[in-house]
Design a protein around this ligand. Structure first.
Ligand SMILES: *Cc1c(COP(=O)(O)O)cnc(C)c1O
Length: 368
C-alpha cells in the first residue's frame, strides 16, 4: 500500500464539478485580479472566521509580511514568536527589518509558552506572533493579557488553523490581525499560492488592503510604497467553492485523529493532545517517539508518507545562525524537533489506510 502524507488528487475529485465550474466562471469573466470573486470570498471567509473583514493576498507569507507592516514593524523592533514553525513566520518578521525573538514552546501543544513570554519583553518589543501549530490554537487568553498590559500588537499565524477554536472563538478572530495560508496542502488550499489577513479593526484591514496593491489609495494614486501581493480571482473562486466543505473536512480529520489515537493507545508513542479549551483541526497529525528517525525510515520503506514538521528549529537554521542566533537555547523546542513525526492526515483517508499505518508502527515497535 502507498499512503501519501496528503492526497490532493482525492480532494479534487470529490469537489471537481464545483471547482471546475468556478474556474470556468472566472475564465468567462476575464476578470483575473481582485474584483468580485475576491471580494465575495473575503466576505465569506470573514464570516466563517467570525471577524469583520478579510483581505485576500498572494500567500500566507505575504499575509504575515503585510500584517506586520500594517502594525508598523520596522528595523529596531522585536517580535516575540516561536522557533518551532515553518520559516515563513520568522521570515516575514525579518522582511520588515524587525528581529524575531524566539521563545520556547509548551511540550504538549508545541505552541508558544505564554509563561515564558514576559521574560523576553524588552523596550524594543512591538508585537507577539503566536502560531496555532498543526491546527491546535495557541494559548490566546494569557497572550492577549500580556499584549494588553505591555501595549503590544498580537498577530496570529493561523496558516494551519482554519476553523480551529479556542474558548469558542475561531482562530483568526482573536488577535489584532491574523494570517492564513491557502497553500494547496493546508486544510483549505488554492491551486497555487494564496493567503489572507483577517481582523476586525477596519483601519488595520484598510492598511493591508493598500499594501497588497502597490500602496494604492485610488486609481493611479499611490499613498505609500506597497507590494504586488494580491489574491488572484481564480484562487478566490476555487477557495469559495471549497469553503462550503471545510467543516465536513475538519470533521473527517478529527474522526481520523480519534481513530489513530485509539489504535495507538497501547504503543510507546505520544499522540497529539487537544486542550479542553480547544478545537484541534489536525492540519498535521503529529506523534512523538524516541527512535523517530528509524521509525520514519521504516514507514517510508513500507509506503507510508510520514514526514517531520519541522526537523530544524528556526534558531538553528543557517539563515538565522548567520544573523547572530548561535547562543539561543530552546530546550523544549530542540527536544521536540528530534522526536516529532507527522503521519498521513487528510479528510479522504480511509480507516483501512489508518489501520495500515498503525500496523507498520506496531511492527516497528515490536507489537505494543
Ligand atoms: C504554510 C505556512 C506559512 C506560509 O504560508 P505560504 O502560503 O506557504 O506562504 C506560514 N506559517 C505557517 C505556520 C505555515 O504553516
Amino acid at each position: 500500500m502507498q499512503i501519501p502524507l496528503v492526497d490532493l488528487k482525492a480532494q479534487y475529485l470529490s469537489v471537481r464539478p464545483e471547482v471546475d465550474e468556478a474556474i470556468q466562471r472566472v475564465l468567462d469573466s476575464t476578470s483575473f485580479i481582485l474584483g468580485n470573486e475576491v471580494a465575495q470570498f473575503e466576505q465569506a471567509f470573514a464570516g466563517y472566521v467570525g471577524c469583520r473583514g478579510a483581505v485576500g493576498v498572494a500567500s500566507g507569507t505575504a499575509a504575515l509580511h503585510l500584517a506586520l507592516l500594517a502594525c508598523d514593524m520596522e528595523p529596531g523592533d522585536e517580535v516575540i514568536t516561536t522557533a518551532h514553525t515553518f520559516i515563513a513566520t520568522a521570515e516575514a518578521i525579518s522582511q520588515t527589518g524587525a528581529r524575531p525573538v524566539f521563545v520556547d514552546i509548551e511540550p504538549r501543544t508545541y505552541n508558544l509558552d505564554p509563561n515564558r513570554v514576559e521574560d523576553a519583553i524588552t523596550p524594543h518589543t512591538k508585537a507577539i506572533l503566536p502560531v496555532h501549530l498543526y491546527g491546535h490554537p495557541a494559548e490566546m487568553e494569557p497572550l492577549t493579557d500580556i499584549a494588553q498590559r505591555h501595549n503590544l500588537w498580537l498577530i496570529e499565524d493561523a496558516a494551519q488553523a482554519h476553523g480551529a477554536e479556542y474558548k469558542g472563538q475561531r482562530c483568526g478572530a482573536m488577535g489584532h490581525l491574523a494570517c492564513f495560508s491557502f497553500f494547496p496542502a493546508k486544510n483549505i488550499g488554492a491551486y497555487g499560492d494564496a493567503g489572507c489577513v483577517t481582523g476586525s479593526d477596519e483601519a488595520l484591514l484598510a492598511k493591508v488592503r493598500k499594501l497588497r496593491n502597490h500602496g494604492r489609495a485610488k486609481k493611479y494614486e499611490h499613498e505609500r510604497i506597497g507590494y504586488g501581493e494580491r489574491l488572484d480571482a481564480l484562487h478566490a473562486a476555487v477557495l469559495a467553492a471549497k469553503l462550503h466543505h471545510l467543516e465536513d473536512w475538519i470533521g473527517a480529520r478529527r474522526a481520523h485523529a480519534r481513530t489513530y489515537g485509539q489504535m495507538l493507545a497501547d504503543c510507546d508513542v505520544l499522540t497529539p493532545c487537544e486542550s479542553p479549551d480547544a478545537r484541534h483541526v489536525y492540519c498535521y497529525y503529529v506523534i512523538r517517539v524516541q527512535q523517530r528517525d528509524d521509525l520514519l525510515a521504516h514507514l517510508k520503506a513500507q509506503g507510508v508518507g510520514a514526514s517531520i514538521h519541522y526537523p530544524i528549529p528556526l534558531h538553528r537554521q543557517p539563515a538565522y545562525l548567520n544573523m547572530g542566533y548561535g547562543d539561543v537555547s530552546l530546550p523544549v523546542t530542540e527536544e521536540a524537533a528530534d522526536e516529532i513525526l507527522s503521519l498521513p492526515m487528510y479528510p479522504e483517508l480511509t480507516d483501512e489506510q489508518i489501520h495500515y499505518v498503525v500496523e507498520q508502527i506496531k511492527e516497528f515497535l515490536n507489537g505494543c
